[in-house]
Write a protein that binds this ligand. Structure first.
Ligand SMILES: Nc1ncnc2c1ncn2[C@@H]1O[C@H](COP(=O)(O)OP(=O)(O)OP(=O)(O)O)[C@@H](O)[C@H]1O
Length: 703
């Protein structure tokens, strides 16, 4: 069977039952709905214009209390909202004109005799609002039959309970430009071929949506609403990011009233990655969710404690240059370190405060009273915010007794006196004392404007700040997505737990840790999140050809990964005497642009990537390569992912994928972190991988 073939090549039965008649009917009805929407949008725009006109003509005569003005504004907002909703609907229907559905299930409900047909597409479509859908959204309850069952007994969870019956047949369609390319009654073999065709297809630059071929184990994650915190440990290329985004689309669809896209936040590793995934939710008919770099958030929160913080990427570069650095970094991210910090914070309860009697215009509070409040009634308030509560109590009592308010100056003076009962409120100083107590190197004792925190100190200091001052939490966020979970540390998760008391999808791969030792965060996450967390392992890898996946797993000593039987060229491994020679060998692979949509040259460090980029740019430029549109050097400040050639370091290539990858590494550098670099580089390749080494082999290799 040729999946890419035109309709005329299909076997007779499949063509006749492929729904072509239905397709024409749906297309006609879609066009009619779009026409209706167009006229109601025009009407809506006219209404808004008239409301504006009415306002400007009459606003001087509106009632003095503003009621009429308020009513007008409300009506205007409602109309604008209605217009916006219709516009969204129109966009969806236009998209559906291209490909209205991709699947179908014929299902006999228990107790019935005739099968009902359900066509499944990117969104719901019915002839009129409120009438039975002709096409069901892939997220609708009945659509789960398509992903979860083959012919035979089947059931799905409807809002009113479980619906059981028999799945009589299941169909897969490919429709493009409103034309049926194929329609097959599917079975496991056909499903596999369709998946293979999807995986083997080129032409996509950024991450694809996978609605047509969501696999059973992926569907279980996407549709999981039971567990508050879902942690997915998935092999490289197992579809973690894809699944997380489809899960968000699913949650948005099913909790329309409670969850808006603005309530969902993704912690993303960098701006290029955000760009790389940014089209998926709009493609699935949802608005884009918010994204944030945890590091930028932390740096903002630490303003006032330190003027600057080291970038995560500088820390990686430091560890690449000196592997010994990793030990120190790791210690400060450990559970033991946070426990010690917690214990230290407890000892501060006694050490940091000295109470003195206070009086203002004849009213006084003695230290005994303060101590009772401080260590009694207000004990739950974090230490460095607690004195404010005592102060407020003082002010309340004073004002109640006197029946008047304290003056601004008196309040300011009082605030100063209460604050002075702390020996210090400077978190940097307190953290430094802690480091000394632990026998660790302390931070430079300099004023706030000259302080720069090393990356490994950023989150312990932020943790200490929240421990001592408290934090207000991010209540507006109702679902948090953490991608590349292995790159977040124990203190970071402890902070996330405090900031986001909401649902979470946490995903990553311990094998892709940017450290010489792999970090399995799932070992400590249950200790932080408790019983509401569920861990799921995804061991099937979809991205790479068998040749590439086997090469990468062997080099990294990884076993037990299930692969999709998709084959390609063998991995090309070569050694060169120097970097230029290796780059020279890479040139022809980059020059033949017709054979790839995206290609990457990946190095270990930022400096190596920058040097490779300028060398390649000069050489490709000389041969007439379209540098402006098809060549990018990605560094930490880059914001967009583009087609063509990308040159970058392994840690910025994380999460991305390319048709063709050329890894260029110094053969003398083979320790832990460099091994990780090679693994991450190799697993970025979809179809073709070239691993080039240059220079003398390192001592351990030549011995
Ligand atoms: N069910 C599926 N159908 C089609 N393609 C899929 C499916 N699942 C995953 N893929 C493809 O596999 C590739 C890897 O997916 P994705 O980037 O989501 O994986 P990942 O686990 O986040 O990878 P990594 O951790 O290595 O960055 C993508 O090209 C994606 O489209």
């Amino acid at each position: 069977m040729q999946l890419g073939s035109e309709n005329r090549d299909l076997p007779e039965k499949e063509q006749s039952e492929s729904g072509d008649g239905f397709l024409q009917e749906v297309l006609e009805k879609l066009r009619a709905r779009i026409r209706q929407l167009n006229s109601s949008l025009e009407e809506g725009a006219r209404e808004v214009e008239e409301m504006h006109e009415y306002y400007w003509e009459n606003y001087s005569e509106m009632d003095q209390y503003g009621y009429e003005n308020f009513d007008n504004q409300q009506a205007l907002f409602q109309q604008m909202h209605a217009n916006e909703e219709q516009l969204k609907l129109k966009r969806r229907f236009r998209k559906m004109l291209d490909s209205p559905y991709f699947g179908r299930v014929d299902f006999i409900y228990e107790g019935e005799e005739e099968a009902e047909r359900f066509y499944i597409g990117i969104g719901n479509f019915s002839e009129k609002t409120g009438s039975v859908p002709l096409i069901f959204d892939w997220r609708a309850p009945v659509s789960s039959l398509f992903y979860d069952y083959d012919q035979g007994p089947a059931s799905y969870q409807a809002p009113g309970g479980e619906m059981s019956g028999e799945l009589v047949s299941r169909w897969q369609y490919k429709i493009r430009g409103g034309k049926l390319i194929y329609g097959f009654e599917s079975d496991l073999k056909i499903d596999d071929e369709i998946l293979m065709a999807e995986l083997g297809a080129g032409g996509e630059v950024r991450l694809k949506n996978i609605v047509r071929t969501i696999q059973r184990e992926q569907n279980a994650i996407i549709r999981n609403t039971k567990d508050r915190i879902l942690v997915i440990q998935g092999a490289a290329g197992s579809g973690k990011t894809s699944v997380a985004l489809h899960r968000i689309a699913y949650l948005l669809y099913h909790n329309r009233n409670k969850l808006k896209s603005s309530n969902v936040l993704v912690l993303s590793p960098n701006s290029v990655f955000s760009d790389y995934i940014s089209h998926i939710l709009p493609e699935l008919g949802e608005e884009n969710i918010r994204e944030m770099s945890f590091d930028l958030f932390a740096y903002r929160e630490l303003r006032g404690i330190a003027a600057d913080c080291e970038d995560r990427y500088d820390q990686i570069e430091r560890c690449l240059a000196d592997p010994g650095e990793q030990e120190n970094c790791r210690n400060k991210q450990s559970e033991d370190f946070v426990e010690a910090l917690d214990y230290y914070a407890l000892t501060l309860e006694e050490e940091l405060v000295e109470f003195t009697d206070l009086s203002v215009r004849g009213y006084s509070m003695d230290s005994g009273q303060m101590i009772r409040l401080f260590y009694g009634k207000f004990l739950d308030i974090p230490l460095l915010s607690r004195m404010e509560a005592v102060q407020e109590r003082f002010v309340d009592e004073w004002e109640t007794l006197r029946g008047s308010d304290l003056t601004e100056e008196e309040l300011a003076g009082l605030k100063e006196k209460f604050a002075a009962m702390y020996e210090t409120r400077d978190v940097y100083t307190i953290y430094n004392r802690f480091l000394k107590q632990q026998g660790m190197d302390s931070l430079p004792d300099v004023p706030a404007e000259q302080r720069k925190l090393r990356y490994e100190d950023v989150y312990p200091v932020l943790y200490l700040k929240y421990r001592l001052f408290g934090n207000s939490g991010r209540k507006e966020i109702r679902h948090l997505v953490v991608d590349e979970m292995q790159d977040y540390s124990f203190p970071q998760y402890t902070i996330l737990d405090k900031l986001f008391p909401c649902g979470m999808t946490i995903l990553g791969d311990k094998a892709q840790t940017i450290e010489e030792q792999e970090q399995d965060v799932t070992a400590f996450l249950p200790g932080i999140f408790g019983k509401q967390m569920r861990k799921i392992v995804m061991n099937k890898s979809y991205r790479n050809t068998v040749e590439i996946a086997e090469y990468a797993n062997k080099a990294a000593g990884i076993s037990g990964i299930e692969l999709v039987e998709r084959h390609g060229a063998p991995v090309e491994e070569k050694s060169f005497s120097d970097r230029e020679e290796a780059l020279e060998a890479a040139l022809p692979w980059l020059a033949e642009q017709e054979n790839y949509e995206t290609a990457a040259v990946i190095a270990a460090t930022e400096e190596e990537a920058a040097r490779a980029a300028s060398w390649l740019k000069a050489r490709l430029g000389n041969s007439g390569f379209d540098l402006e549109n098809r060549f990018s050097y990605l560094d930490r400040d880059s914001t967009v992912f583009r087609k063509g050639v990308t040159v970058t370091s392994f840690y910025l290539a994380k999460g991305l994928e390319f048709d063709r990858v050329i890894g260029i590494f110094d053969s003398g550098k083979t320790d832990g972190l460099y091994r990780q670099a090679r693994y991450i580089c190799a697993t970025r390749a979809l179809h073709e991988l070239h691993m080039y080494e240059y220079g003398e082999k390192g001592e351990e290799e030549t011995r």
